[in-house]
Design a protein around this ligand. Structure first.
Ligand code: SF4
Length: 407
């Protein structure tokens, strides 16, 4: 297996527009919502042609997982698409769509229809050949396949399988139907022989199970089968200490890297169905939770709000997002206790790798994506309406709700 080089830089920097959450001038023109509009303006929707079908791929959350992109912003982005002449629709997996109303997303609030990515039974898909480890195909969802334009609208957060969930994850896992996600992406580690049944007695297997503080190991005595929930493993290596004399367990970096490589491959398969001038990436770095929106739980944010990014380059926007998260750092008091992070200041880790382990380095997917020609990790961050600049500008007369103006 080729170990990716996280420092590899390609030659061409891509522009990433940035609107910081930090407010300078008190005027409305300098507020975060106006910065979102500015980022969208700079992204330039003029390549959207009249009547283009525009998929706004989002994660709409699940159950109590309400920390997704506020509909307030979705509505503005949808309006910008309509102003450009496109026919937008918000799209996500059927369950998220069906109960999206619980989290405030409806056709009325978003300003456009909300459609399940692969139909109501998650079966409207296109088979995509993928030759990677134990995966030979993935089922690409119809709502993205059939669209003329993609707006990859992502909520930035941590992810227990790969460290980070942003623009790539939104279309990699979100771009394929449920069985592809759960039985292929999330089972990629099964391509590796992490446990040797012949070397392991049932008694030893039970000791291994007991050794794992994250409860990642499970043993079926009848089948003499040890399974490993790699999604939850934070590579603490306590199981390997118990296994020193027997040597039947392996925890190797490539088990974790494979998930990231498959994500890059999946995202590329989705992007390949679009004209490159008709894909737009917008990342919201607010309400940054430790776990993915699909956990269905209300979570504390573990990173302070940062802002919004927009780019035509998926690799660049992800690199900028991760760098900004690294600069912000973790709010340690907000980390859920069950996560068991590595907070050792002597060890240099990205905040998301502190949460999910060093082998879930969130930058890896960018190396794979860059090698697949999906974009460049080298980027130029262009801040719009920065707090420092707007502080020097004249403050307009404020509009207050002193009377029922109905504006
Ligand atoms: S390395 Fe993973 S499987 Fe082993 S004990 Fe730690 S969390 Fe559990």
């Amino acid at each position: 297996m080729e170990v990716p080089n996280c420092n590899t830089m390609s030659s061409k920097p891509s522009v990433v527009y940035y609107g910081s959450i930090q407010h300078g001038n008190p005027g409305r023109f300098a507020s975060f919502s106006q910065k979102v509009d500015e980022v969208v303006k700079k992204l330039d929707f003029s390549t959207i042609e009249k009547k283009d079908k525009v998929a706004v791929k989002m994660h709409l959350g699940f159950n109590d997982g309400y920390q997704t992109i506020p509909v307030f912003f979705v509505r503005r982005i949808v309006k910008a698409v309509k102003d450009a002449g496109g026919y937008p629709y918000v799209t996500d997996n059927p369950t998220a769509v069906y109960n999206a109303v619980n989290r405030g997303y409806t056709s009325e609030t978003c300003g456009c229809p909300i459609l399940p990515t692969a139909g109501v039974k998650d079966g409207y898909t296109y088979k995509t050949k993928i030759k990677y480890k134990n995966v030979d195909s993935l089922e690409l969802v119809g709502s993205l396949h059939d669209a003329d334009v993609l707006i990859d609208l992502s909520h930035v957060k941590g992810h227990n399988s790969c460290g980070y969930g942003g623009a790539i994850k939104n279309i990699a896992l979100g771009g394929f139907h449920g069985p592809s996600r759960w039985r292929k992406f999330h089972a990629i580690h099964e391509s590796f022989k992490y446990w040797d049944a012949e070397k392991c007695t049932p008694e030893h297997a039970k000791k291994l199970v007991k050794s794992c503080p994250k409860k990642c190991l499970n043993y079926d005595e009848e089948k003499h089968k040890l399974t490993f929930a790699f999604d939850m493993c934070n590579q603490c290596m306590e199981c390997l200490e118990v296994d020193t004399d027997i040597g039947c367990m392996k925890i190797r970096p490539e088990y974790f890297y494979a998930f990231q490589e498959l994500m890059a491959i999946g995202a590329k398969a989705v992007l390949d169905t679009f004209d490159e001038n008709k894909v737009f990436f917008i990342n919201f770095l607010i309400d940054i939770t430790a776990l993915c929106d699909c956990w269905g739980i209300a979570q504390p944010h573990v990173i302070n709000d940062i802002g919004v990014l927009g780019s035509r380059d998926i690799v660049a926007i992800e690199a900028a997002s991760l760098d900004l998260v690294a600069k912000a750092g973790l709010i340690e008091s907000m980390i859920p206790l069950f996560i068991k992070p590595n907070l050792d200041p002597e060890i240099d880790l990205h905040p998301f790798a502190r949460l999910f382990g060093p082998m879930k380095n969130p930058y890896l997917v960018l190396d794979y994506a860059e090698k697949l020609g999906m974009g460049s990790k080298e980027y130029k961050l262009v801040e719009l309406l920065s707090a420092k600049k707007t502080m020097k500008m004249k403050t307009p007369k404020s509009a207050f709700e002193t009377e029922p103006s109905f504006f």
